[in-house]
Design a protein around this ligand. Structure first.
Ligand code: FES
Ligand SMILES: [Fe+2]
Length: 330
């Protein structure tokens, strides 16, 4: 929240839509950042009591989005159309999640495996901005064959350029795959090199849990690429450490270093959206599978709720891992 009150309002852009987030009457609310009166941005206003007040003529809006007060005509009727559109909004893991379209009612807040587990210390790092699409950022985070080139010595041995082909399972809207990184690499001691287990809630979240070879402890990196628009992302990053008897700062600085190594390259990829003319090889399996699932979701979304639900939740297993039975279908 941007104001000293901690109640907001905060203006954000998500999927090219301008939104305002505020805490009204104890409830976190996300609404379109546009006053129905003369279209001023509500995020430039203020929270007054349980209402959000527009900065231009002082109209007030409650948590429902309905106008509650018009200072210029306090006794007159409030027009029925004096209502700001609201979006589904929830706080979880210390982040605020907004669902722009709830018409299919089948998408959930992504899975973060360290949440509520007392053995972890959880650090919400500063969000970082990249001039790249959320898809490009996702692919970079899960790209095995760039480690040796973009992160030599930081994360990886530059000679370990040949990644394995891993089975990828689609389970309840998530990709699951495991990569045992090479053992014995000479890398920064802060690198969490070990057995990498990925659980990636489609389309833009990654939960990377690593069982570190050097000390047998688990760390979890949780990254969500939030699409500001087709070519910009604000990335939210939560870092959880099982072993935490030392300072957080070297670890935070190390994560920032790794991202700083990636950023200029990912921002150089053009176009920023995923085109269909890129050349892939077999070791690009993760991104190829990701693109395939995105395409399936996109075309299913055009067909409607049922098709989308199926495309998202239908299990496709390549490995022999077992998973809990799915919950109720929507
Ligand atoms: S534009 Fe918001 S009150 Fe007039
Ligand atoms: Fe990287």
């Amino acid at each position: 929240m941007s104001s000293p009150s901690g109640l907001g309002p905060l203006g954000v852009t998500l999927l090219s839509e301008h939104l305002v987030v505020a805490k009204l009457g104890g409830e976190i609310v996300a609404m379109r950042d546009r006053c129905p009166h003369r279209s001023a941005k509500l995020s430039a206003g203020q929270v007054v009591g349980a209402d959000l007040q527009c900065p231009y003529h002082g109209w007030k809006y409650g948590a429902s989005g309905n106008c509650t007060h018009i200072p210029a005509c306090p006794d007159g009727p409030i027009p029925a159309k004096a209502k700001v559109e609201r979006f589904d909004c929830q706080e979880k893991y210390g982040l605020i999640w907004v669902r722009m379209d709830s018409s299919f009612d089948c998408t959930e807040i992504p899975h973060f495996s360290a949440a509520d587990n007392p053995k972890f210390k959880i650090i919400i790092q500063e969000p970082y901005y990249w001039k790249s699409s959320a898809e490009r950022r996702w692919e970079n985070f899960t790209d095995f064959s760039h480690f040796a080139f973009v992160h030599p010595q930081t994360l990886f041995d530059p000679n370990a350029a040949q990644p394995p082909l891993v089975p990828m399972d689609r389970v309840d809207g998530q990709f699951h795959f495991v990569y045992d990184t090479p053992k014995g690499m000479d890398v920064n001691s802060l690198a969490i090199i070990g057995k990498f287990s990925y659980v990636c809630s489609m389309p833009f979240a990654i939960n990377l849990s690593s069982l570190k070879y050097s000390d047998n402890t688990t760390s979890v990196l949780f990254n969500v690429s939030c699409p500001i628009n087709d070519s910009e992302t604000k990335n939210y990053f939560i870092f959880a450490r099982e072993k935490h008897d030392d300072s957080d700062w070297p670890h935070i600085a190390f994560n920032d270093l790794v991202f700083a190594e990636d950023k200029p390259i990912i921002e150089s990829e053009w176009p920023q959206y995923l085109p269909d003319d890129e050349v892939s090889v077999i070791t690009d399996k993760v991104s190829m599978q990701y693109r395939k699932w995105l395409r399936e979701l996109e075309s299913a979304a055009r067909e409607g709720k049922e098709a989308f639900n199926h495309a998202l939740n239908n299990r496709v297993l390549e490995s022999d891992r077992t998973y809990p039975q799915p919950g109720p279908t929507f």
